[in-house]
Design a binder for this molecule. Sequence first.
Ligand code: COI
Length: 372
Amino acid sequence: MLFGYICSVPLTPVPAMITTGQKITTQRTAKSRLQETDLEHIKFGRVFSDHMVVMDYTNGAWQQPAIMPFGNLQMSPAALVLHYSQTIFEGLKAYRNVNGGVSLIRPQANIARMNHSTHRMCMPSIPEDVFMDAMMELVRLDSDWIPKDDDAALYIRPFMFASDEYIGVRPSDSYRFIIFTCPVRAYYNEPVRVKIETNISRAFPGGTGEAKCGGNYAGALYPAKLGMDGGFHQLLWTDGLTHKYFEESGTMNVFFNVDGTLITPGLDGTILHGITRDSIIRIAKDEGIRVEERQVSVEEIEVAARNGRLRSAFGAGTAATIAHIQSIAFGDAVYELPDVSTRELANRIGKKLDDIRRGRIADPYGWVVPVI
Ligand code: COI
């Protein structure tokens, strides 16, 4: 066994084949860190709640999942993931609703997407019911970590990595699946300034662009850093073949409001199948807004920006929610977009999505999954 936890749990999980409906074993933390955490002043991704789910894949089967105190991992320096990045992740949120309950939004979509990523990255898929049960139980256990106010939530981070102690290049035989959570507020604290990237590529047809795998993000760090050094929050990726068409932004999908029509790059295999993206499209259509999912050329948006038809643009993602775009740099030309208060369309869709999440209006889509 390669991995153990630097906390008081057995280093070797009990080998047992998973049968659905089994109770997840839970070892509670001896001392919660909640009392010493200031939930009102948390920064995104820096504060972690008390527990995590851990489940190992060994001998060709998923073993019994366990909930245990959040703690460090101990691993071999030869663990495959550390060398060849066979690792994937997901991101979703638990929201406190107006009745004091807690809900997840479309968790089945995240589970399905994770299993899509497992397929592309040659990893074993995760039994959906086991994933869902473990995640619900974890959120229930750490629900006091969800801040009470409306602009906060509990971010849930499921991930999985190759754990074989081996440095030959091949798919791992063993994996570890973990879910931990963190109370969060906004990912971006202000409207974002983005730069169109036309030199370095994030993805290519047939590549891993639509998988939520660590390598996609690692490869983006260098150009993103160059962008940040230039005063931009994020890049707007263009296609790897011609650099003429928009793909997505670093942490989110992207939407343009041109003359009241919402335009977003289609799912062509190189961009993430954003669940927030999909929710926005559904709501927008039901609000009578014209939506176009298709190839969106840089030229088209640049012309629209130049002649005042680009009314707004925004990014959409679990972490970012709806992130207004303040300005877009097309090479040396920077276009400032209208003030946030005029972004009626994005604000209207964002409010409806939030009202559904918070239980302020009925959920017509069947997206809300109550946890408590
Ligand atoms: C999310 O929005 O949940 C993501 O996974 C983006 C992440 C890189 C912060």
